[in-house]
Design a protein. Structure first.
Length: 327
């Protein structure tokens, strides 16, 4: 297991800003350490560069992407660039190589591709690819060879082949989900994928063919009301889902052979409407952004069962919606 993360970044929709928290290595506790930094209008999603040196925000109402540098020791972010995206960007993903950034444009039904400057982290437009109807989420396979896009109006996940040299996307298949998929996650082994379906209140489970990236449905499992986010334990044994309307978190055990989920625990979140959940790379802590109560909660993870225990809740900006960790 890798070391505990050192910083947490949280984007808030209505205050249009990003908060920076330092994390205590022993307890995971949060301390806000710097003035909040402005984003664009409605920063729906954050993504961290693999180097840990750059942070990206997709701004849903200003139709652009904010780029920030991250100070290596202090973790403080500073604006570096604002660049146009398509209409209503709702998600952003960075290729594992760090060479490419992708933005999901819900209003344009497409995906924007950018090349990343290796030293500055700034972005240069490099084309677009077609999405499905109203794309809302994207994730990349750990190998970097495949990408997956959740399409909210066509109720499916598109599979894309990723060109190694250019990052260009070629759509190869669709696989149906539940109603209104809004979030995607792939486990670290690259063998299983999960989609949170906002309207049908369930989680679609898939097996991944590692040679082609193709998804095969492994059924669905119930979630809470309006599941918004999925996080996978670094060891792959547990999956966590944040449910916005029921304001709770569900813990699942993942079958190591099939990826099938079995619910083991359910608990109230530390705030109202948790819409983002992320698990520390050490597997010891989890954090939720609680949109309805404008705060962030820390949970301790029990090693053998994956159970969550609320430890701390701290204030955030107005309507926090996305959180990412930096080691």
């Amino acid at each position: 297991m890798t070391a505990t993360a050192r910083f947490l970044y949280v984007a808030s929709l209505k205050s249009n800003d990003i908060a920076t928290y330092a994390l205590d290595a022993a307890s995971g506790r949060l301390t806000e350490i710097a003035p909040r930094v402005a984003a664009g209008a409605d920063p729906f999603a954050l993504a961290l560069h693999p180097s840990g040196a750059f942070l990206y925000a997709a701004n849903g109402d200003s139709d652009n992407v904010s780029v920030y540098t991250i100070h290596a020791r202090s973790g403080v972010i500073a604006p570096a660039q604002t660049i146009a995206a398509g209409s209503k960007p709702r998600a952003i993903a960075v290729h594992p190589s760090g060479k490419f950034v992708y933005v999901v444009n819900a209003g344009a039904d497409n995906l924007s591709l950018y090349n990343v400057h290796p030293r500055a982290g700034t972005l240069t437009p490099a084309g677009t690819a077609a999405g499905g109807r109203f794309p809302l989420a994207m994730t990349l396979h750990p190998s970097g060879r495949f990408a997956y896009v959740a399409n909210g109006d066509s109720d499916d996940v598109g599979t894309y082949a990723v060109a190694a040299e250019t990052g260009a996307l070629k759509r190869t298949a669709f696989e149906y989900t539940g109603k209104r998929p809004i979030f995607l996650a792939v486990d670290s082994s690259g063998r299983f994928a999960y989609a949170a379906n906002l309207v049908s209140n369930d989680i679609s489970q898939y097996r991944i063919e590692t040679r082609t990236g193709a998804l095969t449905s492994a059924g669905k499992t119930p979630a809470g009301t309006r599941p918004r986010s999925v996080a996978i334990h670094p060891a792959g044994r547990f999956v966590y889902v944040a449910n916005a309307v029921s304001s709770d978190l569900v813990v699942y055990q993942s079958d190591p052979k099939t990826g099938a989920l079995t619910e083991t625990r359910r608990l109230n979140a530390g705030g109202r409407q948790p819409v983002s959940i992320t698990v520390d790379p050490s597997g010891r802590f989890a954090y939720t952004a609680n949109l309805g109560s404008s705060n962030v909660s820390l949970y301790a993870l029990e090693r053998t069962t994956g159970a969550l225990a609320l430890v701390q809740t701290v204030s955030a900006g107005k309507e926090p919606v996305s959180a990412v960790l930096k080691s």
